[in-house]
Design a protein around this ligand. Structure first.
Ligand SMILES: [Zn+2]
Length: 146
């Protein structure tokens, strides 16, 4: 998968494999071989010791929601399970699309859409799991689900 299928603003990075991993169902971070620092989103170079020796590490398991908000006019490409899609500004116009940040046990945080849970049922501390999802147009994003 091309990195542009994950990021709308960046076509190529030293971390192109991140998009390939997402397309294969894995959310990956990096760990510095020299000092052990962990990163998500993944980094190609360690910001603590400046080493470029990194290992890919899969991030999986449940985490706790540390914050969330709702976007009422999400981008056109957004369609990971919300209903009432109506153009022209957005296919999901005026439909609350919750988005949140999940903190994993290892301390790393993953941002993702929360399409399967009603906004009124979402609260900080909710235990969720982050899962890659391929949208109808072929782009890949991350959703947080039960
Ligand atoms: Zn390092």
């Amino acid at each position: 998968m091309e990195f542009k299928d994950f990021s709308r603003s960046i076509n190529h990075t030293k971390l192109d494999k991140f998009a390939d991993y997402l397309a294969s169902g894995k959310i990956m971070g990096t760990t510095c071989k020299k000092c052990g620092s962990r990163y998500y989103p993944p980094r190609a170079d360690c910001k603590k010791c400046f080493s470029d020796g990194m290992d890919w590490v899969e991030l999986k398991g449940r985490g706790k929601l540390i914050t969330f908000t709702s976007i009422n006019v999400p981008p056109d490409y957004f369609d990971v399970g919300f209903k009432n899609l109506t153009p022209p500004f957005s296919k999901a116009r005026y439909t609350a699309c919750p988005i949140g940040i999940l903190r994993l046990d290892n301390g790393l945080s993953i941002m993702g859409w929360i399409p399967g849970i009603a906004l009124k049922e979402i609260s900080v501390g909710l235990e969720l799991v982050a899962v890659p999802v391929t949208l109808p147009d072929g782009t890949v994003t991350i959703k947080l689900c039960d």
